[in-house]
Design a protein around this ligand. Structure first.
Ligand code: PBG
Length: 323
């Protein structure tokens, strides 16, 4: 008995495999997250993220241009301020490091790339939480919304095409949308961190932004056990006016990504976070994984699961491979 149906026939040659590939990964799908540190005089390597640096304002400009020239479409900026306080004042200050860097990058790339900004307080607060605290030390949802609104307007004024609220406060998209519109920034988009999980995979990022967080974010970020809840968050973000929705982290949440993609009528992003980056870099440095193949396989898998765009620290390098 011989098989009459032979799936292997479609795998015979590289050209045939290219012809029938279902999923494509192109530079245009990629968004590069970047860090800029106030007062830095040279790029500072991040020990737990080999290959990633905290930029100076000047090196950030150059890296942003290089990324766009490599074909990367989006740049997501995170600021590391010199001073932090309880309410994250450096985040709303028009001259704060993130806003200054947004203006720098926007003046370099213009509309040739999509300039995005993290709209969250954790990089700017001395306690490290994503919001302001009430008198009991809990993150105060509604008081935080007022700060996000101010922050989003400052970021739009500085030149962000998109703001990315990543704090998982209830109502954040609506409050930011209203604030942007009221300030005349009706064309500034919102990339909503819709399903963001309380994840151990953010560990290296906290080094990258020198976060002071003690404790955890489990009262605002989602429980890794829950998928259905992501659809509730999605419905709310869509109703509130999100232009792009995001799932984060990516690899441990591909089922959530698929569910969100199946239920979203706006583009869907996925964030391949710091820990996903670092574990592959570490394994590759040990000779345990083929680095480049592994990177491409993870990004292809994230695209296959439903991501229209992918935030990844490898964006520039991968774009240079693909273009
Ligand atoms: C919060 C924020 C975090 C990340 C992006 N935005 C950290 C957190 O929620 O603790 C993590 C990104 C990464 O790990 O690469 N502003």
């Amino acid at each position: 008995m011989y098989p009459t149906s032979r799936p292997r026939r479609l795998r015979t040659t590289p050209a045939l495999r290219r012809l029938v590939a279902e999923t494509e990964l192109r530079p245009r799908h990629l968004v590069l997250p970047m860090f800029v540190k106030e007062g830095a005089t040279e790029p500072i390597p991040i020990a737990s993220m080999p290959g990633v640096v905290q930029h100076t304002r000047d090196s950030l400009r150059k890296a942003a241009v290089a990324a766009v020239e490599a074909g990367v479409t989006g740049l997501m900026l995170f600021g590391v301020p010199a001073a932090r306080d309880a309410v994250g004042s450096a985040g709303t200050d028009p001259d704060g490091i993130l806003n200054a860097a947004l203006a720098d990058v926007r003046s370099e790339v213009g509309d040739g790339g999509v300039v995005m900004s993290d709209c969250c307080l954790d990089e700017f607060t001395d306690h490290g939480h994503c919001g302001v605290l009430d008198e009991h030390g809990r993150v105060d949802n509604d008081a935080t919304l007022a700060v996000y609104a101010e922050m989003a307007v400052a970021q739009a004024a500085a030149g962000a095409h998109f703001v990315g609220p990543s704090g998982m406060m209830d109502g954040q998209v609506e409050v930011i949308r209203r604030a942007l519109d009221a300030a005349g920034h009706t064309d500034t988009g919102i990339l909503a961190y819709t399903a963001k999980y309380a994840s151990a995979f953010y560990g290296p990022f906290r080094d990258a932004v020198e976060s002071r967080l003690r404790g955890d974010r489990k009262t605002y970020q989602q429980d890794p056990a829950n998928a259905r809840e992501a659809l509730r968050e999605l419905a709310l973000d869509l109703a509130e006016g999100a232009d792009i929705v995001m799932v984060k982290p990516a690899m441990a949440y591909l089922d959530v990504l698929r569910a969100v993609a199946d239920n979203s009528d706006v583009p869907v992003a996925a964030y391949q976070v710091s820990g996903e980056y670092s574990m592959i870099e570490a394994a590759a440095a040990n000779g345990w994984l083929d680095r480049d193949r592994t990177i491409l396989e993870t990004l292809t898998g994230i695209r296959r699961a439903g991501a229209d765009l992918v935030l990844t620290y490898w964006a520039s390098e991968v774009a240079s491979w693909l273009s």
